[in-house]
Design a protein around this ligand. Structure first.
Ligand SMILES: *Cc1c(COP(=O)(O)O)cnc(C)c1O
Length: 467
């Protein structure tokens, strides 16, 4: 399978290069040239499989020029073998025809483990074959960093450096990163904000000379296609469990960067009968404003109780815009240039109407999050939602067009990661799962650095022994 750039100027690449490249050389994002198709008959067969076996079937066509059957099976089985629930992505019923899919049984208790546990293993395999070593450099305001670290801690060919803003992430989030003690894991607390950390990442990718040509710099943020691919699987898993291909199923997805929900859109493109895809945002609602008013416009960032969705622009949204514009790279480049210039775009009304037959959207305030958490706890025997998931449930109930279609909200994080909202709802704070109950006693390791590019690069060179 070949992958093409949304801006039409970069060369088409195979899976391995796309995974190692991240952003295309023309500034676009890579997407498959065409999607593999699953017929109703194929799906009836897939419905019988457990999660890892299903993942192998869904992922195979995307990676077939990179991995043979046996290699793929080994990597996928290892990946989902580390999850702490036998069903991997269990469905929990909230009400008649209403479900949540728990995506938080991986090592860092958030859905990003589904993609990053796989990506770490895929990267290591590619680097091993090439006899290369890579450096992953990332910035995190919370969930991404810990999931990336857990995904790479066992990699033999990867050193990972993750920066977080010093004293500005929660204690659980910091400890999930800083208590991973491994030779190739390097945590850095930057004396600055998350934006400062991101600016350091950007500047480092723009000029990689500090690595002396000896190492490749790899991005594991959500624009990496391999992450989207891994997330397609759980849409199939849920829908097949709830009656597809005979029945349609709808999904509500708490999203900021449009990564997780874009995976649902891909699943639909592969033949899965999805009726509605509901975009659930917090007050940072650029996506909601697009789907409600055809206005994709940057606004000031506001901190919320759901910090993993606090974004100003949605990095994966370009992939949907590409399809909306009949995959015309030149048109898309003009549109994205206009957005860079003015911070605001809309699309032609017919194109916008067409996409709204599948997508609907909603947004929730912090007060609404707290009240949904309380309501669901009351309705469902004390069942706790994390604040991101609560936004999804609120949106599901607001946008559900036809209640005979099963509705699945993606539960993106374990409630223990975000206790503030639970406490505000007047409920008892959840406890850490047994296997990580000693998190607060584990030894920590991280270095504090100034917000300074030269200092950061010197630090990395020293650790990597680059002269
Ligand atoms: C990252 C994250 C999200 C948003 O994911 P997108 O890639 O923006 O769709 C939602 N909830 C949690 C808990 C997250 O960590």
């Amino acid at each position: 399978m070949k992958y093409i750039s949304t801006r039409g100027q970069a060369p088409a690449l195979g899976f391995e290069d796309v995974m190692l490249t991240g952003l295309a050389s023309d500034g676009g994002l890579y997407v498959p040239e065409s999607l593999p198709q699953f017929s109703p008959e194929d799906m009836r067969r897939l419905a019988e499989l457990d999660y890892p076996s299903l993942a192998i079937e869904i992922i195979r066509p995307f990676v077939s020029d990179f991995l043979n059957e046996e290699q793929l099976a080994k990597i996928v089985n290892d990946t989902y073998g580390v999850f702490r629930h036998k069903a991997v992505a269990p469905l929990i019923q909230l009400d008649n025809n209403e479900w949540v899919m728990e995506l938080f049984h991986g090592p860092t208790l958030a859905f990003k483990d589904f993609a990053l546990q796989l990506l770490g293993r895929l990267l290591d395999e590619a680097l091993e074959r090439r006899g290369e070593k890579a450096v992953i450099l990332g910035a995190t305001s919370g969930d991404t960093g810990s999931a990336a670290i857990e995904g790479c801690r066992a990699c033999e060919h990867v050193d990972i450096f993750i920066m977080h803003p010093h004293n500005r992430v929660s204690e659980v989030q910091r400890r999930q990163m800083s208590t991973v003690i491994a030779d190739n894991v390097h945590n850095i607390a930057i004396e600055g904000t998350f934006d400062d950390c991101q600016a350091l990442v950007k500047a480092s990718f723009a000029d990689q000379s500090f690595l002396g040509g000896e190492r490749r710099l790899v991005a594991v943020n959500s624009i990496n296609w391999a992450r989207i691919m891994a997330q397609v699987v759980y849409y199939f898993h849920a829908a097949l469990s709830l009656g597809a291909p005979e029945k349609e199923v709808s999904f509500s997805v708490p999203t900021g960067n449009f990564g997780d929900i874009f995976a649902g859109y891909i699943a639909k493109g592969m033949g899965l009968p999805i009726k509605q895809l509901i975009v659930a945002t917090n007050r940072n609602d650029i996506l909601h404003r697009f789907f409600a008013d055809n206005s994709y416009a940057k606004e000031q960032l506001m901190p919320t109780l759901s910090p993993s969705m606090d974004i100003m622009v949605s990095s994966n949204f370009e992939r949907l815009l590409f399809d909306i514009h009949d995959r015309d790279g030149a048109q898309l480049k003009a549109l994205m240039d206009a957005f860079d210039q003015s911070g605001s775009i809309s699309v032609e009304p017919e194109r916008w109407e067409a996409i709204r037959s599948l997508f609907s959207s909603d947004r929730a305030s912090d007060e609404e999050v707290v009240s949904v958490i309380k309501q669901v706890s009351d309705e469902c025997g004390g069942y706790l939602l994390d604040p991101h998931t609560a936004i999804g449930v609120k949106a599901a109930r607001a946008c559900w067009a036809d209640q005979s279609t099963p509705m699945v909200t993606l539960a993106t994080a374990h409630p223990v990661k975000f206790p503030d909202s639970i406490i505000r709802a007047g409920l008892e704070e959840p406890t850490l799962p047994l296997w990580m109950a000693d998190l607060h006693e584990r030894p920590e390791k991280y270095d504090v650095l100034a917000d300074d590019k030269a200092g950061l690069h010197g630090y990395i060179r020293k650790i990597l022994n680059l002269g």
